[in-house]
Design a protein around this ligand. Structure first.
Ligand code: 13P
Ligand code: SF4
Length: 354
């Protein structure tokens, strides 16, 4: 969308006034009007590392969602302030696992006599509380770009994995990359007594998947894949691992947002691509690569924006940068000390993965 020139100028001026004091991170799903002001863009793994690599910046403005800003706060030093331009930018998937529900789940696993064999692996898309639970119980965080390495590590530590909160990333990684079968996976439903599972089912499972999902990626179906293959002969279907297993199984390639970008950069002229991920990114890539003769379409016929990512818009960014430039610290994201200690343990295990 074309951005208002007056707002663009205000954002530019405020950012210039802040100089090296501010560092702006932009997730790939952000709007173009926001991305133009990002000092770096990336997937959630790259942004977590980039945030930690900027000790000189007093303010880290995180154009992304709440769990990303929390992770940045955990990984940056105590005197750095992480700011989220709109506090309502959450993630519906992260909200699907609360600390109470996960503590209850651990009790269920303990009752079944298996908690000692279970290593928690939590997707970056989770609250700091869930990351702290993970750290406390000897587990690690993963993102969509290192989920296989995280599972390899976890299965060296124990016999079973509790994967939180995205069942699809957990299942897709286990089956596609680790050679497990669908029968090795069970789904723990936090809204049912004992997760809806018997103790025997829990004992037989290798992967205990939390019943969470991404509503944006959940919109893609097997029909979307069949449809686009019929419409565009020779199309390469490339999807994010948050898509359902049947979609991933029918795709040609699977990867994180950063992977998707690299694959398209390396693609030959004349190639055709259908991309199954959030629409801001797909549109940006379609525009970027059209001059090189690469045809890039959205995998579905409907429009799938992540509504919470989209809450960060140019007016919110301008307000944030101008407030900081005037010395007003707004929308400061601060994880409490105890949560931070354990969540950091889990995040550092991820950063240390081979
Ligand atoms: P990645 O950026 O790690 O691919 O994750 C996508 C996502 O859903 C972030 O919310
Ligand atoms: Fe959460 Fe899905 Fe949006 Fe990512 S795209 S922030 S997982 S709702």
């Amino acid at each position: 969308s074309p951005s208002d020139p007056a707002l663009v100028e205000r954002a530019r001026a405020a950012k210039e006034k802040l100089g090296d004091k501010v560092f702006v991170l932009g997730h790939h799903y952000q709007r173009d009007e926001v991305i133009q002001f990002a000092d770096v863009t990336g997937d959630s793994f790259k942004l977590a590392r980039d945030a930690a690599a900027r000790p000189e910046a007093e303010y880290i403005v995180f154009c992304g969602v709440h769990f990303m800003a929390e992770s940045a706060d955990i990984l940056t030093s105590a005197d750095q302030k992480v700011v989220l331009p709109d506090l309502a930018a959450g993630c519906s998937m992260a909200d699907m696992a609360t600390a109470e529900q996960v503590a209850e789940c651990w009790d269920v696993l303990t009752e079944a006599g298996i908690s000692e064999q279970v290593v928690p692996v939590s997707y970056m898309n989770s609250s700091a509380d869930i990351k702290a639970f993970t750290g406390k119980h000897g587990g690690t965080i993963c993102t969509s770009s290192n989920a296989k390495r995280a599972l390899d590590w976890a299965f060296e530590q124990g016999e079973k994995v509790l994967f939180l909160p995205d069942q699809h990333l957990g299942r897709n990684t286990a089956v596609r990359d680790m050679g497990m079968s669908l029968e090795d996976c069970v789904v723990y439903n936090p809204h049912k007594p004992n997760g809806g599972l018997t103790a025997d089912e829990l004992r037989a499972a290798k992967m205990i998947l939390w019943r969470g999902h991404c509503s944006v990626h959940g919109r893609f179906s097997l029909d979307s894949v069949n449809d686009v293959r019929a419409r565009i002969p020779g199309v390469n279907v490339l999807v994010h691992p948050e898509c359902k297993h049947e979609v991933v199984a029918a795709a040609d390639q699977v990867g994180s947002t950063e992977y998707i970008i690299k694959a398209l950069e390396a693609a030959p002229a004349g190639s055709k691509w259908a991309i199954g991920t959030e629409l801001n990114l797909v549109r940006r890539l379609a525009n970027r690569f059209a001059p090189e003769g690469k045809e890039i379409v959205f995998l579905d016929r409907t429009v799938c924006f992540c509504s919470t990512m989209n809450r960060i818009d140019l007016p919110h960014l301008v307000w944030t940068l101008e407030s900081l430039a005037e010395g007003n610290l707004v929308n400061h994201i601060q994880v409490d000390e105890e949560t931070e200690t354990f969540a950091k343990l889990a995040l550092e295990r991820m950063l240390a993965l081979p």
